[in-house]
Design a protein around this ligand. Structure first.
Ligand SMILES: Cc1ncc(COP(=O)(O)O)c(C=O)c1O
Length: 407
């Protein structure tokens, strides 16, 4: 048979395969410990409640739930989402300003497609969420990433970069932020910086995109107002998800945005998947309406708090001097930075061979400047495994350092 040569588009040229996926073939070992995924712990899945809801959906709404649905999402669910975000994040919205997406990952892809022309600039945090990098890359955006510290994005540096881009005729299309328990660092942006970035957004007329999958998973410290609740100009596009506070398997997220954005995103969604799963939406609607979300979150919080504290302790015990790590008040990740002579991408293969995985820093870095850092997920592994895995990793880093230091 003569094989046809497929002529692919240029669209995916910039995209790189995930390095951890490539290495997962080593991960079949029995005692392999992974700190790499962003997966919720299945112990938090309310199995019985969901089973009962599924029965109810089939009994009372079966002919609707198995049918095609509205592109923008099930009206009843959109109403429950509006009530929920008012209560949890002080966000005032309506059903018309809320769209359901197939995970917030689809929301990010829609964002890129709705807002960006090839070569457009966007401002992101440095480091930032790898899935956002993929969505922006797939739409050929140019990312200008701004360093974050313990208080989140350095907003003064962001303003300088924005001024520079504007004077070069390349005004950014939006500022993408994960201000609460950021992925990958776990860092939360301070209120002062939140106010400052809102002022900058208003001064230069650049919308903010607030991606908030982890906001409800707080283990310590005080809640800080969302950017969307500080927004008086309808200039914040807000994204949320059911993945971390219900389960990711239903693939449901939502975007709250100005109505003209919503209209365009819905046009695009007709080309993507017509609508998110009607069945999943009925389940999520009843899950919210019956208040199950509210009872489930505190359980997840108390499980994850213990795991976070275990990882803090394991880092103290096992990581060599000269290593640093973030101290997140919530979310799913700790960001560790090693001696700068160690490259975490190079170390990953050895680490996987030693039976432990993380995601290396540069996967999250539009500027490829996070070579000595790694993202560690603490929500998935059992506590005992957290200590074991961190010991393996610590030993490996010690070994590397002693080789580097030997004359
Ligand atoms: C910051 C951020 N945004 C979006 C997503 C996508 O989540 P989902 O598509 O499951 O809603 C994730 C998932 O890890 C994330 O961390």
């Amino acid at each position: 048979m003569i094989k046809m040569n497929l002529q692919f588009s240029d669209g995916l040229k910039n995209m790189k395969p995930s390095e951890i996926r490539e290495l997962l073939k080593y991960a079949s070992k029995k005692d392999f410990i992974s700190f790499s995924g962003g997966m919720p712990n299945p112990l938090t899945f309310p199995m019985d409640e969901i089973r009962q809801i599924i029965d109810e959906v089939m009994r009372d709404y079966g002919s609707l739930a198995l049918q095609y649905g509205n592109t923008g999402g099930l009206n009843e669910l959109r109403e429950e989402i509006s009530k929920m975000v008012l209560e949890t994040e002080g966000i005032k919205t309506t059903m018309e300003g809320t769209i359901v997406t197939s995970g917030s990952q689809q929301g990010l892809y829609e964002l890129a497609k709705v807002m960006l022309n090839p070569g457009d600039t966007v401002i992101t945090e440095e480091p930032t969420y790898v899935g956002a990098i993929s969505a922006f890359d797939a739409n050929k955006a140019e990312m200008h990433s701004i360093k974050i510290d313990d208080e989140g994005m350095d907003t003064h540096a962001a303003e300088e970069e924005i001024k520079r881009l504007i004077s070069a005729g390349r005004k950014p299309k939006f500022i993408y932020l994960i201000p609460t328990f950021q992925n990958p660092t776990g860092i939360t942006m301070s209120l002062e910086r939140r106010k400052h970035i809102t002022e900058i957004s208003s001064r230069y007329s650049i919308p903010i995109v607030e991606d908030n999958p982890y906001g409800e998973l707080r283990y310590s410290g005080q809640k800080i107002p969302s950017l969307k609740s500080l927004d008086h100009e309808d200039s914040v596009i807000y994204m949320g998800t059911f993945s971390k506070v219900m389960c990711p398997g239903f693939r449901l997220g939502y975007t709250i945005a100005p109505v003209d954005y919503v209209n365009r995103a819905n046009l695009l969604k007709q080309a993507l998947d017509l609508s998110s799963s009607t069945f999943s939406q009925y389940v999520a609607w009843l899950y919210l309406k019956k208040g199950i979300m509210k009872t489930m979150i505190p359980k997840a919080v108390s499980l994850y708090r213990k795991k976070r504290d275990a990882m803090f302790k394991a880092l103290e015990e096992s990581f060599p001097e000269g290593s640093k790590w973030s101290r997140p008040d919530g979310g799913m990740f700790i960001w560790a930075t090693l001696d700068r002579r160690i490259n975490t991408s190079d170390l990953l293969k050895e680490s996987v061979e030693a039976g432990v995985a993380y995601v290396s820093g540069n996967s999250f870095s539009p500027s490829r400047s996070q070579g000595s850092s790694m993202r560690l997920n603490f929500t998935f592994a059992e506590e005992k495994k957290i200590f074991e895995g961190m010991e393996r990793l610590g030993n490996l880093v010690e070994k590397k350092l002693s080789i580097l230091e030997s004359p």
